[in-house]
Design a protein around this ligand. Sequence first.
Ligand code: ZN
Length: 428
Amino acid sequence: MTVVVRNVAPYGEGSVDLTFADGRVAGVHAPGTAPAGDQEVDASGLIALPGLVDLHTHLREPGREDAETIESGTAAAALGGFTAVHAMANTQPVADTAGVVEQVWRRGQEAGYCDVHPVGAVTVGLAGERLAELGAMADSAARVRVFSDDGICVSDAVLMRRALEYVKAFDGVIAQHAQEPRLTEGAQMNEGELSGVLGLHGWPPVAEEAIIARDVLLAEHVGSRVHICHLSTRGSVDIIRWAKGRGIDVTAEVTPHHLILTEQLATTYDPRYKVNPPLRTADDVEAVREGLADGTIDIVATDHAPHAREDKDCEWAAGAFGMLGLQTALSVVVETMVDTGRLTWRDVADRMSIAPARIGRVHDQGRPLEAGEPANVVLIDPSARWHVDPAALASRSRNTPFEGREMSGRVVATFLHGRPTVLNGALA
Ligand SMILES: [Zn+2]
């Protein structure tokens, strides 16, 4: 099947016709000059970027299919413009063996909405006691390159060191959920004046920053690469900036919610705003925007964390940590970074596709929009406005923090290996 996308602006820069055949970009033509294809898409006014790649998604399968399945989560991903997601390991059973990661990878292939790259657990059962079979997961059909105990910090410095040493053999990376456990016991929100006023136990920035500082030094010592999940404070940005200046092989991500929401939302006591790490201050939001703009923070990753109704429809203290993210991530980046002039569309392609693919060593994603490259492509209407209706999301869960909010920019179509997964803003 050949697809012709007419009059589209790659990176928002100048119109062309794009043709896809056999899973690849077959040609880039002057507008209106591409030969007719089996399927024609009028993309006037739309921007084309390489399909988005999420380094941090919770798909909940196996184990919590009431909250999300690989099929529902990847449908949400495709609608959000993603052509690949990395599925975190904190499932039930934990993705800590070749058998489980192969199962997740296969289920992603069967669903067909986007490529699923399983993240392998660092430690057996996420228990933080001994290393999982990292090599076996790397050698499996799932070809795991990203390892994380996300949800839990690898807090034991010796285990972290061994993990960093081990993954060098196959060019893997350890993605750290930076949370010093003793400093965050019982934590419910950002620690500061507001947590005192609200009477909620605080999650201090130093609990994140201390682990990041330790781990960039460990990565330097071992000569390995480390990735920092969902960094959220000004101090964390400063440490990453220092580490990169020193030549340490560290990368870092920020979530959409940490780019736009602040701890003030805790005053509602609505558990939809409860997330880990917690929403921080307006000054931290400004710092992560600066860090993303200047490249200190490499990527945006969603930390899409679906939770069943009973885990969120409760009082704050009992609510689960986490927010949906796949279908709203791009719009948050457009509002906070593009419409404010801090990132160009080419930068968005870098932060949401090229760099995450590079960190995850995913070779057929985040590629240029050029003939011969894999046809993983998203089409975006940059001027569209839409409102978030939780019931209309493809996820099985409803825990978006953006209910009713007007969003900027909209995914119109997504192509996975040359085949449409989304057309006219709906599943194809
Ligand atoms: Zn995490």
